[in-house]
Design a protein around this ligand. Structure first.
Ligand code: NA7
Length: 543
């Protein structure tokens, strides 16, 4: 349960922030303690944490190195906090966020177990009117959606689910007291980044595990473990440098492309580089590879072939290895899962892979398990690791009504439309932290979150200084941004994959690229946003 929270009975605020994850916590800190604003945060969970509150499945851990997967605005805490390993597990990250909340007294302005059920812009009062599911209505000059990019669960509509006699769970809503898989026949549906973390853990406990794979993924080793104390000391001594580098970088990580084409390198040189990245673990193979990997199919094939060889060398049964080898899309165009013994898990006697392509797709959930390809797989527990309605899902769920009463659902019926991923035309004084068409999920999230939070805070501060009460993206600026986002991604191989980046995981969701893959990554995007501000918020209408 949350600490006792002493939100006062006020009903009018300078800003309402929705969500108390990394974004909402930082947003509150910045608006309240830097600008002195009156802020209320609403959070559906029982405490802070967002993603790290909800995602408690076995093996849940961050995929970015912890020394940069944290707040950089608390410089003292960067020195004082010690992560136990390279990629800490969910409970440790949640402990960290709880510690930050306590250290900065954030909870006194947060209302937990409360979901924002709707909000509408009141043009006369120039304020947002915000409603919650416990019947409260408050008003605020600014509305800030800090709802996360991957927080609306995708639970596919499998026929027969209601007839299942065992227990079933979605990874993003896992029971807080855990699930005991001992002696059970377990099915995992999905093989995305979540499942790749969970499967080896569940396989260790369960009597038998059946993995239902729709699309094979290219997995690379995480190489989690203790970080050499000397490395940690050096990073702590150079945090200013670290922060500068990740802010200027492409992906918010200390990873840099190899500045040549994969096709220019000799086979020996290429193999050496691939080995180096593979051994480094983490996102190195994905984000520090040859610079044409995301553009040239030929270059990409060389990277993909290396991983395919690794899969064949790791998985003993070659028929299973072939099923685990991705087909039909380019390497790196779906979210990179980091694995710890993922491929090795398929060598275990108690693990069975059911591949939609070769064995048949899931047809139904039955009272006793899952039917796929005409065969019944008996199960006691089903774990759905089927992902999220990414990026647009959490914002649409807020039921926002803009200036003319229109909703994001209506505005985005053909795909997301935003200006800089931070504002939407027709929705004055609404800011979307790591919203669609910003780098967000293609970066180390805390870096992108901090950039947005700082930009929004500066913007509100400037408005206050200049006596402005409303800011709204112009339709023209928004059109140009949408065109720019799509023009860039159309030059890459990303558009060829049926990924959640491309909105392809949700039936009926218009096919559109959700984040922003800028030509200079998060560093370039930061510059663009700063230039917009420096030109008096170019592309926005202020009144
Ligand atoms: P993902 O990456 O969306 O993975 C979901 C998995 O579930 C993926 O393998 C899907 O197959 C599979 N899936 C989804 N719907 C179905 C249906 N209807 N039938 C069978 N299989 C299905 O979600 P994750 O939670 O793993 O990761 C999300 C992000 O969280 C991750 O990228 C990190 O940023 C953190 P598909 O590949 O779509 O064929």
């Amino acid at each position: 349960m949350a600490d006792a929270v002493a939100c006062d009975a006020a009903t009018d605020f300078d800003a309402v922030v929705i969500g108390a994850g990394f974004s909402g916590m930082h947003m509150l800190k910045s608006l309240r303690d830097r600008l002195g604003l009156k802020v209320r945060v609403y959070e559906a969970g029982a405490t802070v944490g967002g993603t790290w509150y909800w995602n408690r499945y076995p093996g849940a851990r961050c995929d970015s190195d912890a020394y940069i997967y944290c707040f950089t605005w608390d410089r003292q805490l960067l020195q004082d906090w010690n992560w136990s390993e390279r990629y800490p597990e969910q409970p440790e990250i949640l402990r960290y966020l709880e510690h930050v909340a306590k250290r900065h007294d954030l909870k006194r302005d947060m209302r937990f177990n409360t979901r924002v059920s709707g909000a509408e812009w009141d043009e006369g009062a120039r304020r947002w009117v915000v409603h919650t599911d416990d019947g409260e209505t408050v008003t605020a000059r600014f509305l800030i959606a800090a709802v996360g990019s991957l927080s609306t669960t995708n639970m596919p509509d499998f026929p027969g689910l209601e007839t299942f006699g065992g227990k079933w769970y979605h990874t993003s809503r896992f029971p807080h007291d855990g699930v005991d898989f001992t002696g059970k026949r377990v099915g995992v549906v999905g093989t995305g980044a979540t499942a790749v973390q969970a499967i080896p853990e569940i396989a260790q406990q369960a009597k038998h595990l059946t993995v239902f794979q729709r699309t094979a993924n290219y997995c690379v080793p995480a190489r989690n473990g203790k970080v050499d104390p000397e490395v940690t000391r050096a990073r702590k001594a150079d945090y200013d440098g670290v922060i500068r580098r990740i802010r200027d970088s492409f992906f918010g990580q200390e990873h840099y492309f190899i500045g040549k084409s994969a096709l220019e390198a000799t086979p020996e040189e290429r193999e050496r580089e691939f080995d180096r990245m593979w051994d480094a673990g983490g996102f190195a193979f994905w984000l520090a590879n040859y610079q044409d990997m995301f553009f040239s199919q030929e270059a990409n094939d060389l990277c993909a072939d290396y991983i395919k060889r690794k899969i064949r060398a790791t998985v003993k049964d070659q028929a299973v290895a072939e099923r685990l080898i991705p087909k039909g899309y380019a390497y790196g165009t779906k979210r990179q899962p980091l694995d710890t013994n993922y491929y090795e898990t398929f060598n275990k006697q108690n693990v069975l892979l059911v591949d939609a392509g070769t064995d048949g797709a899931i047809e139904a959930i039955t009272p006793t398990g899952i039917r796929a390809g005409g065969r019944d797989y008996p199960l006691d527990i089903i774990v759905f690791a089927t992902g999220f309605d990414a990026m647009t899902g959490p914002l649409k769920a807020l039921n926002l009504k803009g200036r003319d009463g229109s909703t994001l659902d209506q505005q985005w019926k053909d795909g997301p439309r935003s200006y800089l991923g931070i504002a939407v035309a027709g929705f004055p004084n609404l800011f979307t932290i790591t919203g669609p068409q910003s780098p967000s999920v293609l970066s180390n999230m805390p870096v992108s979150i901090e950039q947005h939070v700082e930009w929004v805070s500066d913007c509100i501060e400037a408005m206050r200084r200049d006596g402005k009460t409303t800011i709204e993206a112009s339709t023209e600026a928004q059109q140009n941004w949408v065109a720019h986002v799509n023009e860039i991604v159309n030059m890459t191989l990303m558009v060829g994959a049926n990924s959640w980046y491309m909105s392809a995981n949700i039936p009926g969701k218009p096919r559109a690229f959700l984040p922003y893959l800028g030509p200079a990554g998060v560093g370039g995007y930061r510059k663009t946003c700063d230039e917009v501000a420096a030109k008096g918020y170019e592309g926005f209408e202020l009144a």
